[in-house]
Design a protein. Structure first.
Length: 242
């Protein structure tokens, strides 16, 4: 095994170790231990909605009217892991470990913004829906918001990172699978591996499987169309020269 392969292997192991450590921390932490991500999220929600929040130990951030609680499940650590994995794979960096902290920091900031958007939407719709539909609607809203933000992060990474220069349209679409695969790996793969998906959660499984796919399809079609247009634009001067 040459040095480049060893470097890449070490890089991938470091990525897996960071993702695993975050997952373990989230699975064992109480809400007090998640203030590192809940506090900035609550602050952004307060700025966006004008609703005040106060922290209550071992409960979460309670709204001033005591009708809404930002609790541990709102931390979005799983989304943070997805963002980090996507960036780490997208910007392989040929095994350069020094870039992992910056990718983790970007994933953290993006997660806080996505969390705030999701909670602000939930806060706005709270009380405006039937109790029977509330859980299902909240779940689908969360999936759509998170996955839309994941695609947004992918697009930012492509613009300001290392774009696929000279790639064909088909390769662009294959590359665009990365957000979907990263999301599925954490949202579906991990629960299936550890057996936490019970039969009672089949509706959640179907939602996590289908909703991101429905969001991804128009994004992939747009990526293909833009890539084809760029390919035609680059080919035009060559054809004109002939």
């Amino acid at each position: 095994m040459n040095a480049k392969r060893i470097s890449t292997l070490i890089y991938l192991l470091a990525v897996i170790a960071v993702a695993g450590a975050l997952k373990w921390h989230y699975s064992t932490a109480n809400v007090n231990e998640l203030r590192w991500i809940l506090a900035p999220t609550a602050a952004l929600v307060q700025i966006a909605t004008g609703t005040g929040f106060e922290f209550e130990s071992f409960a979460g951030y309670m709204s001033a009217d005591r009708t809404f609680l930002i609790a541990a499940p709102c931390a979005g650590v799983n989304f943070l892991i997805v963002c980090f994995l996507m960036l780490a794979v997208r910007n392989n960096c040929e095994g350069r470990l020094i870039r992992l902290p910056s990718m983790l920091l970007i994933a953290y900031g993006w997660t806080v913004i996505a969390n705030a958007a999701r909670i602000a939407i939930a806060l706005h719709s709270a009380g405006a829906e039937d109790l029977g539909d509330a859980e299902e609607r909240h779940r689908i809203e969360g999936i759509i918001v998170y996955f839309a933000f994941l695609i947004g992060l992918y697009m930012v990474a492509n613009k300001f990172g290392r774009p696929l220069t000279g790639a064909r349209s088909g390769r662009i679409v294959i590359s665009a699978l990365l957000p979907l695969l990263a999301y599925y790996a954490v949202a579906l793969g991990v629960p299936l591996l550890d057996g936490s998906y019970a039969a009672a959660k089949i509706d959640h499984f179907i939602s996590v499987l289908l909703v991101p796919l429905l969001v991804w399809i128009p994004f992939a079609l747009l990526a293909y169309a833009l890539a084809a247009k760029e390919s035609d634009r680059k080919a035009s001067p060559d054809q004109a020269a002939e």
